[in-house]
Unconditional design. Structure first.
Length: 279
């Protein structure tokens, strides 16, 4: 099955899951989960290095005329590209006869856009950005729900500062790489998508080259609505045990004091202001 690959990224808790579900509801698109390709890539590099060391040992101890050289970097990249293609093919739905685009969403892509571009020079990249303060609140509740033992060691304020720095670093790095990608990079704000899903989904589908008819747009929006994903709750109705907790873009205002808001902005290095987020 032939398809065009794309990659969806954003800092953790920025809306990649929601946007992925919106896209996956399209008859020409599959975008289902995270294949952890960067983890595999690190393991592959280590395996290739060990393989080269083994060849050298064999040459020294068994046969000096061993004609097999160590793998070249281009060979490693070719294997990694093949792995990613196989992973994308694994989620290509044969039940979608019009399927043209298969994407993988992963927050880690934002740290490696340049490498992915090297592997897939024709691929497109979608970067969703969310107010870092909302990212923090969503991450805090997610880790509480997951019973992350590190939260007990850090506490709310320390976790706020760490999140602010990490969010800023991830967003800045992805945006810098996006400038080099030119027309193959699309940036979306979570808040804009939530306020006007029709317009922003149309822009995203046009970017990929997929159909953006009103009927298709509405079907995608309906399939990935908060009510649908939360099994009946309306935005603002909280379920702390759910991945789709509340569905309100600016819920951070209900959880952060003025001093905590100021502290987040300071540790984010001015990125909130650069992105136009209100204080």
């Amino acid at each position: 099955m032939k398809f065009e690959p794309f990659f969806l990224t954003g800092a953790p808790k920025s809306g990649t899951t929601w946007l992925g579900k919106l896209l996956d509801a399209h008859p020409q698109i599959n975008c289902r989960g995270e294949a952890c390709v960067h983890h595999f890539g690190l393991q592959l590099v280590q395996a290739c290095k060990s393989y080269g060391e083994l060849l050298e040992k064999r040459r020294a101890s068994v046969s000096e005329d061993n004609a097999f050289p160590p793998l070249k970097w281009a060979d490693v990249l070719a294997m990694l590209r093949t792995f990613i293609e196989l992973r994308l093919a694994a989620i290509a739905d044969p039940g979608k006869p019009a399927l043209r685009f298969v994407g993988e969403k992963d927050p880690e892509h934002g740290m490696h856009l340049q490498s992915l571009d090297q592997l897939f020079p024709d691929a497109k990249f979608i970067h969703i950005i969310r107010d870092g303060r909302a990212v923090f609140i969503s991450a805090w509740h997610h880790n509480v729900r997951s019973r992350d033992e590190n939260l007990g060691k850090l506490g709310f304020d320390d976790f706020l500062e760490i999140t602010a720095r990490e969010w800023s670093d991830r967003v800045r790095r992805a945006r810098a790489a996006g400038l080099r990608l030119g027309g193959r990079y699309l940036e979306i704000r979570y808040e804009d998508l939530a306020a006007d899903p029709g317009s922003w989904m149309k822009r995203t589908l046009d970017f990929l080259g997929a159909s953006s008819s009103p009927e298709v747009l509405q079907a995608c929006i309906d399939a990935a609505s908060f009510e649908k994903l939360s099994k009946g709750r309306k935005p603002g109705e909280e379920d702390a045990a759910s991945f789709f907790r509340k569905g309100v873009p600016d819920d951070w205002r209900n959880h952060l004091s003025a001093s905590q808001i100021q502290r987040f902005g300071a540790h984010a290095g001015g990125l909130l202001e650069e992105l136009g987020y209100p204080g």
